[in-house]
Design a protein around this ligand. Sequence first.
Ligand code: MG
Length: 187
Amino acid sequence: MIILIDQDGVLADFEHAFLAAWRERHPGIAPVAYEDRKSFNLLEDYPPELRGKAEAIYTAPGFIRGLPPVPGAIEAFKELLALGMDLRICTAPLRQYENCVAEKFQWVERHLGRAATERIVMTRDKTLVRGDILIDDKPGIEGAVAQPSWRHIVYDAPYNRHIADRPRMVWADWRNVLAGQLYAADA
Ligand SMILES: [Mg+2]
């Protein structure tokens, strides 16, 4: 079974690192609290006059490389590998790719080992990637292929809670959510 796992928001904790960096840089300006995030696109949750400040944080050298793992993600990744799952880290680079692309590889090496960097599939169009399951926090994943081969499992976040027609998980309950899919594949 091929399981595609998104990087930011699923393996790497982009949101909380962003908030920490914002508070450090702009102590006088309140950021949008995690639970108040409405749009997958972080900039859309900020008024136009603050968007430059927000963008400067996540495009800064070292930001992507320094993201903390989402709690439970590293352990679950290793356990899924041990179960024989063919895991791929399916990640879209920022449009400002300059720091992001290399730092995504560095992040994977740091937390999952250098061999895991060979599992990276970096694309802005995940519908083109074949797999059985895609675990991703993005609500609507669209691209050139209208009917992707994978089933989308939504990784829970405040900005995707309006999605009700797909399974939803966090790493704390991955066994329950994935169980049906895994056993079905074994049969
Ligand atoms: Mg994501």
